[in-house]
Design a protein around this ligand. Structure first.
Ligand code: HEC
Ligand code: HEC
Ligand code: HEC
Ligand code: HEC
Ligand code: HEC
Ligand code: HEC
Length: 599
């Protein structure tokens, strides 16, 4: 690789990072809803998919630490530092990208003080925090060995770190194991959302085994890249050994995954010809079984092309599993499509681009690839803060050369300032009304009713002549100043009727302690209290009752009666008897089993 090409690649990376910074500003100024394609219905998207990818690729860190320190395979030591740096950058990317998809990012410290033992997220947060700290400690000797830190003070720290390394490594392995598998556990709470070919109760084990494989192969690819860039530090013999061993974790992962699908009877779904089945088969056959076969052949494994191809295939397969799980094969509960906004995409790619630049910086200045520090005279004082002056930002600042980056500023900045906002605001402002189909599951049992909301709205608007009366057919009562309040806001209990009158809310909005007289003219008792209609015109008494009855029926009754009454009526009117059948609404998608279990 010549210098020209290196400069171009660095410029490109800087341009992406720069664009991502602008995108990040947009994300924080306009907020999560408007800045990204995410919404209440699809709260997980590209950022989560990338995060899972970062962590999978970081798996080499704990694998190699275990190999060197616990199994005492000393010959792998030359690539240990690289592996730890990869893990450090992988987890660092995870943490940075977390800040973007938290609704209130300044609450990121909350898991530290607010303990929530039952939450998988809680475990993940702690494992990430601790493991990241351990990685920083594991890696800091590499930094402290630099001549810049030759002062005695740093040497004492360095000495201490060398002593503490073994306990640190063990702690790191435990934490990272916990974390890899708890990321899988995260998906156990959503069996109905994840496509059956990707869902598995064994996801924690699948995540763990595949992270080992992905981490090992990431080291192989890294080795090839390092070799191209720096013309040293590849250690092909070690990479070839990794290639010889990777069928073990990878094979275990495939075995677990396939046998779970088989045992649960989902495997036939892999042959139904849908795009999901094709993706699944590619993941298993092309990116799993094929590379195992290739690596089993000594001649292929020992050739550069053979090893690199297998490594890339394996990584692609595991990244595809992670991304499918969290994005592609995630069933959207409302029929609303998720497509990432431009700002979201730039942030997603900006983070790994920054990680690559950091990697390059470390490799250029520290004893990362070999055992000695590259040109120690030049780095003895560590270049002044303008160490990047050779790099893209330096060139922009000193305007010595207008590189790709200037081009990026000119083109991307204005495009980004208006694109992402106008792109997604429709989702952010009115998430509900554009939804075609609502997925109703009031008691979260998985007995789902897919309700074609918009279809009903349109049909009724046509019949009744106005949108308002169409909505009122079902939305018979609303909160003050609201058009179509969700039924669940009043019919709050699934099985019991419940009063919608909230004394405290009323006292608060009517002025606290002075509010009493508004409703209790004489005594503070129920009997003499003002009637609801005095203030809420819409709350009129039903037929046969003297005052408005504030008891909303149970959620199930509310929906059942509203839906069924009309369907039974229309079944006769339109001569469509199927409208009144239970199965019209209770289709329980893709599962016969649930249908027969109907309580
Ligand atoms: C056939 C009955 C029906 C009609 C007609 C209807 N809706 Fe709904 N709507 C529902 C049901 C059921 C829900 C689910 C509420 C729940 O589970 O709490 C809902 C929910 C909503 C929600 C809240 C979605 C959410 O995020 O929870 C909005 C907003 C809404 N409807 C607007 C409208 C508007 C506007 C109209 C008229 C153009 C309308 N609806 C007509 C039955 C209806
Ligand atoms: C603002 C609060 C509120 C909202 C929102 C609301 N309801 Fe009600 N609902 C009530 C109350 C109070 C009653 C009982 C008094 C009455 O019948 O007016 C009731 C009664 C009913 C009944 C009659 C129950 C029976 O026993 O016959 C049905 C059916 C019903 N609601 C369906 C719905 C549906 C469907 C929605 C959503 C599209 C909805 N409600 C939204 C408060 C609400
Ligand atoms: C918006 C009208 C409203 C306001 C304002 C209001 N109340 Fe009430 N209050 C009611 C209604 C309606 C009931 C009966 C329903 C219930 O118990 O929830 C009630 C019930 C009560 C009861 C219980 C009586 C019983 O038989 O259980 C007491 C005590 C009471 N109110 C005191 C107060 C006091 C004190 C204030 C002022 C700080 C106040 N209320 C403000 C409407 C109101
Ligand atoms: C003295 C006037 C008054 C009376 C009487 C009154 N309300 Fe309200 N109600 C209000 C005000 C003011 C609000 C707050 C509106 C807002 O914040 O936008 C409110 C809000 C509400 C809300 C929505 C807020 C919530 O979270 O609860 C409901 C539901 C409601 N009232 C039901 C009732 C019922 C049922 C009765 C009769 C038992 C009643 N109200 C009697 C003035 C009144
Ligand atoms: C005002 C009358 C009315 C109400 C209320 C109503 N529906 Fe319908 N629904 C219809 C009509 C009419 C059709 C269309 C029949 C046709 O032409 O095929 C329909 C169609 C459907 C379909 C599609 C059936 C199919 O085979 O494509 C579903 C599902 C459905 N309704 C569910 C519900 C649910 C759930 C509710 C309550 C939240 C509800 N409906 C409330 C009148 C109503
Ligand atoms: C027009 C649509 C419609 C029809 C027809 C219908 N249901 Fe429902 N049903 C619903 C809706 C909507 C719910 C609420 C779903 C939820 O919140 O989980 C529901 C809930 C239920 C529940 C409670 C489910 C649970 O999760 O606990 C049962 C049981 C049920 N229906 C049985 C029946 C039976 C039996 C029939 C046939 C006689 C029938 N339904 C016909 C719409 C319908």
């Amino acid at each position: 690789m010549n210098n020209m090409l290196r400069t171009w690649i660095k410029d490109g990376l800087w341009a992406i990072v720069f664009a991502a910074v602008v995108a990040a500003v947009i994300r924080f100024v306009v907020g999560l809803g408007a800045g990204s394609g995410l919404n209440d219905a699809t709260p997980w998207g590209m950022w989560i998919a990338f995060k899972l990818g970062f962590v999978a690729l970081a798996g080499g860190g704990f694998t190699l630490a275990a190999v060197v320190y616990i199994f005492h395979l000393e010959r792998f030591r030359p690539i240990l530092r690289r592996a730890i740096l990869m893990a450090l950058l992988g987890y660092g990317s995870f943490i940075v990208s977390l800040i973007f998809d938290l609704g209130l990012p300044w609450h990121i410290y909350m898991p530290i003080i607010s303990w929530q033992h039952h939450s998988v997220m809680f475990e993940i947060a702690w494992c990430v925090m601790l493991y990241f700290s351990v990685l920083v400690l594991e890696f800091s000797p590499v930094i402290l060995e630099h001549p810049l830190f030759k002062h005695k003070f740093f040497q004492v720290i360095l000495h201490g770190l060398h002593k503490a390394i073994l306990p640190l490594v063990i702690l790191g392995i435990v934490l990272s194991t916990l974390h890899q598998s708890s990321l899988g556990a995260l998906f156990l709470i959503m069996p109905h959302r994840v496509h059956p070919l990707w869902y598995s109760p064994w996801l924690p084990y699948l995540f763990f085994t595949s992270a080992i494989a992905a981490g090992m192969m990431a080291l192989v690819v890294e080795g090839f890249l390092v070799e191209r860039w720096f013309k040293r530090g590849m250690h092909f013999d070690l990479l070839e050994r990794l290639g010889a061993w990777v069928p073990l974790p990878l094979g275990l992962y495939l075995l677990l995954r396939l046998s779970d699908l088989f045992l649960r009877g989902v495997l036939p779904g892999a042959l139904d010809g849908s795009w999901q089945s094709i993706l699944f088969l590619t993941e298993i056959l092309v990116c799993g079984i094929l590379p195992i076969g290739l690596l089993a052949i000594k001649k292929v494994r020992e050739s550069r092309e053979g090893l690199l191809t297998s490594a890339i295939l394996i990584i692609a397969g595991i990244l595809s599993q992670r991304m499918s799980l969290s994005m592609f094969a995630m069933r959207q509960s409302t029929g609303l499509d998720y497509s990432p906004s431009l700002a979201e995409t730039l942030i997603a790619f900006g983070i790994p681009a920054a990680a690559l630049l950091i990697y390059l910086f470390f490799a250029e200045n520290l004893a990362l690839l070999g055992d000695e520090i590259p040109n120690p005279q030049a780095t003895a004082k560590l270049r002044p803060l303008w160490m990047f002056s050779q790099d893209t930002p330096g060139r922009i600042i000193f305007a010595r050369r207008s590189g790709l980056a200037t081009f990026a500023i000119a083109l991307i900045l204005p495009a980004m300032l208006n694109l992402p906002i106008s792109d997604t605001s429709a989702n952010a402002v009115q998430p509900a009304i554009g939804w075609e189909t609502l997925r109703i599951d009031g008691n979260q049992t998985g007995y789902i009713v897919d309700f074609p909301h918009v279809e009903h709205q349109e049909r009724l608007t046509e019949q009744l002549g106005s949108k308002e009366s169409a909505c009122a057919t079902c939305h018979h009562l609303n909160y003050p100043d609201d058009e179509a309040t969700s039924c669940s806001q009043c019919h709050t209990d699934y099985y019991q009727p419940i009063s919608i009158f909230n004394h405290t809310v009323h006292q608060k909005s009517l002025g606290g302690n002075v509010s009493c007289v508004e409703c209790h003219e004489t005594e503070h008792v129920r009997q003499s209290a003002a009637i609801c209609q005095d203030c809420h015109e819409t709350m009129t008494a039903q037929e046969g009752e003297s005052v408005f009855n504030p008891f909303a029926s149970s959620y199930k009754d509310a929906l059942h009666r509203r839906c069924l009454n009309c369907h039974e009526q229309k079944a006769v009117e339109l001569d469509k008897p199927e409208l009144a059948l239970c199965s019209t609404c209770h289709t329980y998608y893709e599962s016969d089993q649930l249908q027969t279990n109907l309580p």
